[in-house]
Structure formats: structure tokens, C-alpha cells
Unconditional design. Structure first.
Lengths: 257, 257
DNA sequence: GAGTCACATTCACACAGGTTAAGTTTGCGG
DNA sequence: CCGCAAACTTAACCTGTGTGAATGTGACTC
């Protein structure tokens, strides 16, 4: 059920929720697990949000499509992360969500989500914190696609995916899950499949990066980060504990309401 | 002081805050107004957030820069909008903020922001709603830069700027503020200044769009929207009232804490 | 173990958009 | 209302990435 939780959210919940809260959360996830085949749409743009969704294993992708079919992957949702807070915010979803590969998500309906939030006093703040980081990642993707060239874009995305799973390695490198095909990598970076292929080969030659068996091997993280001009600030890997206090402060007005 | 408030936020506050709340908010803004010259940095990436900033007149831009100087405008903050909620969320800002042209912002320090939130029970939810819409806009910018070609990108941005000021015209067109130079338009769309110039001329020819005197003239909105394949869903122009209820529900757990 | 499918790879060629470098126009500060 | 800087425009040339189509390769199925 648990799978490898991403650094950015799953582990944080585990650390910042009380053990009773954590158990309620985990139980709710387990009770509502559902599988999707690769490529299946989970939510389509324009629908009314019906559930709080949390990825349990596999990756989900947020995407948008133009009327003529051109498609952009906007974000990747890794195991342990909530897909979005649309259930609590918008009337109609403005983007679609689908399965990168075989995927298990928990789909917590409105009622159960409500009672879960009441059982876990810090959960709402933690969910908000997740959204804040997601927004920061979205901004980085914007500059990635807008300003970096092909090799930098792909390198940057690889660094991000690695860091979101294992943090930044102090030295050397490592490996991590990487579930995207080159075609999907193209949709995420705004390149073509063909050019992504050329680019991946370039990275193989320049710093021995390997993409094999749904895993990404990075012999020297610093070297790859150098190519991408990768700066991990935007992942806000530290400071989560304080963040929860801060978000709580934002809503302090409510407590006295 | 007030200036033309954008559809997306200023007017909403006006409608959804009680008149006492609205007066407290306006008073706080007026008390903390500060001017910046065109191009001045207001916040630099990596700084600790020190204030809740709200644009009073002029436009602000969020941007990021790569080490070699390439720069991407990530978002535009229009009059009436808060720049971000960094004060309540992150330890270090992950992007910079500067003045598109001469700009007046209110800079509400931590203490005053706290007391303001306590005076205005719905303010926190409204601020959150603003962030939700901002995130949706960021997603649209990602697909804009990633998938649309030059003329589509520029047309899309023009439609957005217009719609954020006046909503979608039922028929015909209209005019609105447009404070970006072609160079800034280039930084926002991931193109070059030279190519933006070519593109703007193309739009002039194809649908008589004009950019003059810091104003944008759109004779036929539908035509421009057609070029861009513009779909206003992501601006969430409707449904704000309900949204505030929803965000409140998200934090209901807290009320009982 | 032949057939199928998904994915990666390669090639030849085209073009949207980048680059560099002049001009020209506009508008603001004095 | 002058002078200067910022903004816009034009031109010639170049290149990174897209296009379309074919081939290779490994894994899974019946």
C-alpha cells in the first residue's frame, strides 16, 4: 500500500501527523484504493471534482490539451502526493489527470474527506503546503520550457524527479524511479519525441545518465545539475515543519470566528 | 488609491467582505503604500518574505532567471491582486518580483497582516482562492509556452490580460490596459523581442489588434480568441462565492481545534 | 516460436524562430 | 520644446528543433 513515498509529501505527513492521525489517514487511503491502466484518464478538464485523490503507487500526470490535440504535461504526481485540492476549491477542474503507467490512487469522497479533515487537525495545513510546493514546481516548469534548450530541459527534469524522490545527494549520484517514456518526456518538456531521443543520447554521452527499466541512473548528480543549471530552492525540501506553523497562522483568524 | 481593480480579485474582495472588513482592508493598503520605479526589484529569489504585498496601481511581474541571465516572466500581478502568500508559507522565496512600470504596492508587515486577518474572518480564504486561480494561470502559461506557436502565444496572453480586467465580452471587443513592452512580452512568452515584433504585426494585420499608449485594442475578441484557441475556464471567473465556502470547509477541522 | 505491440532509434529535409546589427520612432525629463 | 534614452522596426542570415516515415529491439501472448 505505502510504496516509496516521495520526499516532498508522504514522509512529511508521516512526521507531522500524530500517530492516530496518521493511522486514520492511511486507513482512509487503503479503503479507497483504485487502479487505473496506463494512459487512462482519471479526471477530464471541465468536470466537477468528486474526490480527494492521493497517488499510492505509480505516477499520475496533470495535462492540458489544445483543440487540435497538442498536449502538454503540466505536472507529475509521485507516490504519496495528493493530486490536487480541487475538491475543496474549484467548481470545475481546469486540467486533466491521467495515469503515466499502471497507477493506484486513493479516491476519498467528499463526506469521508470531511470527516478525515476533522479527525486530523493539521491535515488541511499540510495539504495546503503541498499545493504551495506544487505551484513553485509549476513556476520552475514554466522557465524550464520557456528559457532552457533541449538538453537543459531534460537534464532539469531528471534532476527534479531524482530530488523529489531522494533529495539532493551530498556527493556522487544514485538511481530512482522514472516511469516516463520518451514520448511522455517530450510532452512534459515541450519537445518532440524524436528530439528527446537525440537529447537523451547526448546526456548518455556527456554524463553517462541512463534510462532503463523504468529507472533513471545518474552517476554524477552535480554534473547533471550543472548542465541544467539546477537550483533546488523551488522544491522547498527543507522548512516544512515551520511551514505548517505559518499556514496555521494564516488561518488563525478562523479559530476565533 | 484604488485604481481599476482586476475582475479576479479586487472586486471579489469588495463583494465578499463585509463593509467593516473592506474598510479595514482598504485602510491597511492605504497606510502601507509604496512606490517603485519601472524595472526595480521588489523581492529577489532566496530572500525571506517580509510583507504581504498587494498591487495598488501598475503591474508587477514574477520572474526567474538562469545563471547566464536568461529571464522568464512567470506571472503578472494586476491592480487589486496580492503578489503571493509567501509571508505565510515559505521560508525563502523561490522567484523574484519586480515592477513592470511605475508601480504602487501596499506592503503589509507581519504584525499588521496578522491583525488584519483577525479582523477579517474571510480574508484568509479569499487570499487562498486567489492563489488557486494564480496556480491555474501558471498551468495555462506552461501549455502556452510549451505547445502554442508564436502568434498563438501572444494572442492567448492578450486574451488573458483582457479577460482578467473586464471578463469575456459577450460580443465584439474592447480595450484594456497593457503595460508590457514588446521586450517584456517576449520574456513572458519565451520568444525574442524581434520575433514578438513580427508577431504583433501579424496580429495587427489579421485582426486589427492594436498596442498603443499602454492600451490594448481588440476590435473582435472572438477572432483573437480563435487564433489563440483561448478557453477561459482556467481563470475561474465565476463561482468565487462558492469557492470561499469550499475553502472554509477545507479548514473546518481547525474551527473545532 | 511466430506474431504483435510498445518503445527507441535513425535519417533526410524543412522551417519557425533566434541572432546580430542597424535604423527609426516615441515619449519623457529638464 | 529640446535632447536623449527607451522602445519599436527592419533586414540578412543562421540553427535548433520539428516533420514524416522507416527500421530496430525487446517483451509479452497465444
Amino acid at each position: 500500500m505505502t510504496g516509496a513515498y516521495s520526499v516532498t509529501f508522504g514522509r512529511i505527513l508521516n512526521r507531522l501527523l500524530s500517530s492516530a492521525e496518521w493511522m486514520a489517514w492511511e486507513a482512509s487511503l487503503a479503503r479507497n484504493a483504485r487502479d487505473y491502466a496506463k494512459g487512462t484518464d482519471i479526471v477530464r478538464e471541465g468536470e466537477r471534482p468528486a474526490a480527494l485523490r492521493v497517488v499510492l503507487s505509480g505516477w499520475a500526470q496533470k495535462y492540458k490539451q489544445l483543440p487540435d490535440g497538442r498536449r502538454q504535461i503540466l505536472a507529475l504526481v509521485l507516490p504519496g502526493q495528493p493530486c490536487d485540492l480541487d475538491l475543496f476549491t474549484v467548481g470545475r477542474t481546469d486540467h486533466s489527470l491521467s495515469a503515466v503507467r499502471r497507477l493506484t490512487v486513493a479516491e476519498i469522497g467528499r463526506q469521508e474527506a470531511g470527516s478525515l479533515l476533522r479527525q486530523c487537525p493539521n491535515l488541511a495545513q499540510l495539504l495546503c503546503w503541498g499545493e504551495i510546493v506544487t505551484a513553485a514546481i509549476q513556476r520552475e516548469w514554466t522557465i524550464n520550457i520557456g528559457q532552457r534548450n533541449a538538453i537543459e530541459r531534460v537534464a532539469q527534469l531528471m534532476c527534479e524527479i531524482f530530488a523529489r524522490q531522494h533529495g539532493i545527494p551530498v556527493s556522487g549520484g544514485g538511481e530512482c524511479d522514472f516511469l516516463l517514456t520518451q514520448g511522455q518526456l517530450a510532452e512534459a518538456t515541450g519537445l518532440t519525441q524524436v528530439h528527446v531521443n537525440r537529447t537523451v543520447q547526448q546526456l548518455r554521452r556527456r554524463c553517462a545518465v541512463e534510462l532503463r527499466n523504468l529507472r533513471l541512473f545518474i552517476p554524477d548528480f552535480a554534473e547533471l545539475a550543472g548542465i541544467a543549471a539546477f537550483n533546488a530552492n523551488y522544491l522547498h525540501l527543507d522548512g516544512t515543519d515551520r511551514a505548517v506553523e505559518r499556514v496555521t497562522a494564516l488561518f488563525r483568524g478562523i479559530e476565533r470566528d
